[in-house]
Design a protein around this ligand. Structure first.
Ligand code: PEP
Ligand code: MG
Length: 755
């Protein structure tokens, strides 16, 4: 019979707590820890290896091996059995370690006499950063409970090392474990502005304060209550939605529900509590394990499942903390939100009052959270790998939304620099404001219409503040995305009326619901699609669910009674599609007439040119549509076959690529031949150099974030259109990756203001 852990995991955890609470040096306590673990596990050897920078593992403490080897035995991560634990992220349990091909003999440790070996990873936040081992002379396989107990201890260790409870992490002097070091990130500036503030983590890991339970029965009861509440909440969430769900989408949602009801998951957490952890620590322990295993799976579906479990574990922790739903937290003043990713609705939920800036790991310039951030005037930096793991709540953070620079825990000099930048930024904004009331006219007298993009009531004051000529794109889906439920017709109507009232005599173009792709309603069931960007989106949904479009149009017609109503249909691929939607709109007008409702004095219906196919039938659609607006965000993403939400490829092609210019020239040419009205409302309209090229290609109406209007107007007022046209024309036949350098040099030579 192999010896079994002497005191059981609960006694072991209690002993660990005593050691942690004790006095003495960090090394002294670490040494005591390994002694306690060895005694409890009836092991002759217990060692702790921690990761050093440069992928080196170092022996930090040992009971049983030669004490001289501590801090001397170092190996690379791929080396030996300890390396194997790091590599696989799983326990390695061997009755005769020297027989294993990965066994690597280190004479200085004196480990020759030991045969059995058990190594478990020390994991935190899904990352392995050390290994805890026990060894025995006798060749024996460690029992399942012993492996479990070791994993539990390793988790407690991980937390202690990282929190600096056990010893000062700074002593390690390594970036991976030292949580206090200043760090710098170079991301992508997505929304302009400079800020210095305090980190708040969005969807933070609920902090587990207490790891070791005082009363296991009580913890079990807490866990059971929380699981019960979670299951109920998930069931309710999944059944209370009104879009139907079929096929694969249904399966995925059902799988999510099944996870919440999974007995294995529950059992593993119960076991962890029985082993002596608090309910919270048990959730984390099981989740760490699961995340690691799933994230290493080669099957992408399994890896995706890791997110489902993460989500469930977070919800469960919130239930344990006593708040079942994800209520947006009260923000401290001068907040900088940090997250891996965030949806536009979530950002809006935070409001702008205390929010200084946003830093995201996954966001590209055309992702909707970036668009909302711009609309809110919140600086945003995206593509900052690793920032969400490194940042801790309360850290100071400096953000430059233009250059993409982010400094976490910056030294005082950097803070000073950023505060200066902030002041400069305010000056520059004042400078742009000085052109607000001047017309956007080129030096040779051509008037360009500058409109702004909007989506919420909070955008409306920007209309006057920016000096825009009107709203060229009102993204109505944002109102649907911020609410808890689908807005009723009456709510939509009064919202549109408020928007029109706020716009006064300036025109507003309302785009009908542009859902799908990366824009999903939080309360609606959605069929999961392999390629949502190419999926059931925008006008496609409107035509398949005509009631949705008709109700929205009804609300718009009533809101615009007595005024001109401008409706824009998103993602139109073919003329027939546009015509079918127009029939629905006409039916609503007819209905209003029959009911003798006051109607708009004119209804103009436009099409967005976002799907390349439409560019080839532009002359035809211009016969049916009153106007066409180029949605360059989607159009270019489809032309270049690039997912605009995927930061790996979103920036791969420049908007000022020769193909873009050639395509815009073609579109402008067709629109002119058809005598139609054309504008562009994608993000490129707001970048002065891009806007210069667009105007050079013949566009005369651009719609952009209100914050960009000042810069674009300054550019226009300093350009001579005839000269720009000639230059841009010459560029169209080039083969460069980007024409940006040529355009920038030209602008500089001509004294065109590009800021
Ligand atoms: C576009 O695609 O360019 C556009 C303006 O629409 P959205 O960004 O809302 O998809
Ligand atoms: Mg679009």
């Amino acid at each position: 019979m192999p010896p079994v852990a002497a005191g059981g995991p609960r006694i072991l955890l209690r002993r660990l707590r005593e050691v942690m609470a004790g006095q003495g040096s960090a090394q002294g306590r670490l040494d005591k820890l390994v002694t306690v673990i060895a005694a409890n596990m009836v092991a002759e050897v217990c060692s702790i290896y921690l990761r050093r920078a440069g992928k080196v593992l170092e022996l930090f403490a040992t009971e049983g091996l030669n004490p001289e080897a501590v801090h001397r035995t170092r190996m690379t991560e791929g080396e030996g059995l300890v390396g194997l634990v790091i590599e696989t992220g799983e326990a390695v349990n061997l009755s005769n370690a020297p027989d294993h091909p990965r066994f690597s003999y280190r004479p200085e440790t004196g480990e020759d006499p030991y045969h059995s070996f058990l190594g478990v990873p020390i994991v935190r936040g899904g990352q392995v950063f050390g290994v805890l081992t026990v060894q025995n002379r006798a060749a024996r396989q460690y029992a399942e409970e012993e492996v479990e107990a070791m994993q539990t201890v390793a988790m407690v260790l991980a937390e202690l090392v990282a929190q600096g409870t056990l010893f000062d992490v700074a002593e390690l002097d390594e970036p991976e474990l030292s949580a206090d070091k200043p760090l710098q990130f170079k991301g992508e500036g997505l929304s302009d502005g400079v800020a210095v503030g305090t980190v708040v983590l969005h969807e933070p890991r609920v902090k587990v304060e207490k790891m070791i339970a005082d009363d296991a029965e009580e913890e079990l009861a807490r866990l059971e209550d929380a699981i019960g509440a979670l299951r109920e909440a998930v069931d309710e969430m999944l059944s209370s939605s009104d879009l139907d769900l079929k096929g694969e989408g249904r399966e995925i949602i059902e799988a999510y529900r099944a996870f919440a009801h999974d007995q294995g998951w529950r059992q593993r957490m119960r076991d962890a509590v029985r082993a002596g952890l608090t309910a919270e620590a048990a959730v984390e322990r099981v989740q760490d394990d699961m995340r690691l295993r799933l994230s290493r799976a080669s099957d992408p579906i399994l890896r995706e499942r890791a997110h489902d479990f993460d989500d469930l574990a977070r919800r469960l922790l919130r239930h344990l903390a006593g708040s079942g739903h994800n209520a947006m937290q009260e923000l401290p003043p001068a907040t900088v939100l940090v997250a891996r990713a965030m949806g536009p609705a979530e950002l809006l939920d935070y409001g702008r009052d205390r929010l200084l800036a946003l830093v995201l790991e996954e966001a590209a310039s055309t992702s909707h959270v970036a668009i909302v951030a711009k609309a809110m005037g919140v600086p945003l930096v995206g593509s900052t790998n690793g920032v969400a793991d490194a940042a801790r709540p309360g850290d100071t953070i400096a953000v430059d939304g233009e250059t993409g620079e982010v400094h976490l825990r910056p030294p005082p000099e950097i803070v000073f620099l950023f505060e200066n930048k902030q002041a400069l930024h305010i000056d520059r904004a004042a400078h742009f404001a000085s052109v607000r009331d001047l017309p956007a006219v080129t030096k040779d007298g051509v008037r360009i219409k500058l409109l702004m993009n909007a989506g919420l009531m909070l955008d409306m004051p920007n209309l006057a503040a920016s000096g825009a000529d009107g709203i060229g794109l009102f993204r109505t889906e944002l109102q649907f995305m911020v609410g808890e439920t689908m807005p009723r017709m009456q709510d939509q109507m009064s919202f549109y009326r408020d928007v029109l009232d706020a716009a006064g005599d300036k025109p507003v173009v309302f785009r009908t619901l542009d859902l799908g792709g990366d824009k999903v309603l939080p309360y609606a069931r959605w069929e999961r699609e392999e390629n949502p960007e190419l999926g059931w989106r925008a006008i496609r949904i409107a035509l398949d669910r005509p009631a949705l479009l008709r109700i929205q149009v009804r609300a718009m017609l009533q809101a615009a009674a007595g005024r001109i109503l401008r409706i824009l249909l998103p993602m139109v691929s073919e003329v027939a599609e546009f015509n079918a939607a127009r029939v629905l709109i006409d039916k609503e007008i007819e209905r209003g007439r029959l009911l003798s409702q006051p109607l708009p004095k004119q209804v103009l219906v436009g099409a967005m040119l976002e799907v390349p196919a439409l560019a080839f039938t532009l002359r035809q659609i211009m016969r049916s549509a009153d106007f066409v607006s180029i949605g360059s965000n989607d159009l270019l993403s489809l032309v270049f076959a690039v997912d605009r939400t995927n930061p790996r490829v979103a920036r791969r092609y420049d908007t000022l690529n020769p193909a873009t210019l050639a395509l815009i020239r073609l579109i402008v040419g067709s629109a002119r031949e058809a005598g139609g009205t054309l504008s562009l409302c994608g993000e490129m309209a707001g970048h002065p150099l891009d806007a210069m090229a667009l105007i050079g290609l013949g566009l005369r109406t651009l719609s952009m974030s209100p914050g960009q209007i000042g810069q674009v107007k300054m550019m226009i007022r300093s350009m001579n259109l005839a000269v720009v046209e000639k230059f841009v024309d010459k560029l169209c036949g080039r083969t460069d990756h980007s024409l940006r350098p040529q355009l920038a040099a030209f602008a500089a030579g001509q004294g065109i203001v590009i800021k």
